[in-house]
Design a protein around this ligand. Structure first.
Ligand code: TYD
Length: 212
């Protein structure tokens, strides 16, 4: 019989350093015999990756941007996430819907209620009335420190090139999501050496009984 699927998302402002922990957590699960799907948003399917290129590089109004994020998410949920969960896998997703609330809602100032409406439509699947992560690891770091980590790291995309005030609003968007559903989140202090951050990730999984 399949183990129950486990859906974990990784969130935080650009520069918080979440992505390196996605691979490390996948390795930890696999070492304990659990199958893992690693994926990301926007993206994760051929169609959603095309939408990602548009959303991250083209100028557009906030509603268009939100609709593209949710269109990509719908395809990704149906094609990748739901099937992997049905197989009993751990699905590790580098960003999910909290990023839309944080970036389009907080960062761009787009209507929170409209995002909630879109969320309820898009995340209704044959398996779940509202598919959400079982756990969201939120990597928290002061926006000015995150910005200094990004300098010179690579060519910035549309979001990464935003001023620090944008990321202050993004962080406030994440904080509001935590307030609305605190039990789903593990807040990780990302202003520590990588090893200490990783230990906090492990502790969050172990305290829920999902890793030994
Ligand atoms: P990111 O996850 O940081 O990937 P990489 O590390 O490869 O750059 O990039 C995704 C960007 O898209 C990030 O700046 C946040 C943004 N984004 C949104 O604005 N809304 C969303 O719903 C999602 C999933 C991401």
């Amino acid at each position: 019989m399949n183990a129950q699927g486990l859906f974990i998302s990784f969130e935080g402002i650009d520069g918080a350093g979440k992505s390196s922990h996605v691979q490390a957590l996948a390795d930890a699960f696999r070492a304990q015999g659990r199958a893992v799907t690693i994926t990301r948003e926007p993206g994760g399917t051929p169609l959603a990756e095309k939408l990602r290129v548009l959303a991250l590089n083209e100028a557009m109004d906030p509603l268009t941007e939100a609709l593209l994020m949710f269109a990509a998410r719908r395809d990704h949920l149906l094609q990748v996430i739901e099937p992997a969960l049905a197989r009993g896998e751990a699905v590790l997703c580098d960003r999910f819907t909290d990023a839309t609330f944080a970036y389009q809602g907080g960062g761009r100032g787009f209507d929170w209620k409209v995002l909630e409406q879109l969320e309820s439509w898009v995340q209704k699947t044959p398996a779940q009335p509202l598919r959400e992560p079982d756990l969201t690891l939120l990597f928290e770091l002061h926006p000015s420190i995150a910005a200094s980590r990004l300098v010179g790291a690579r060519v910035p995309d549309k979001f990464e090139s935003q001023p620090v005030e944008f990321f202050t609003r993004v962080a406030a968007g994440y904080a509001l999501r935590v307030k609305q559903d605190p039990a789903r989140f593990a807040r990780i202090d990302a202003d520590q050496p990588r090893e200490a951050v990783w230990n906090d990730v492990l502790a969050a999984l172990r305290s829920r009984g999902w890793l030994q």
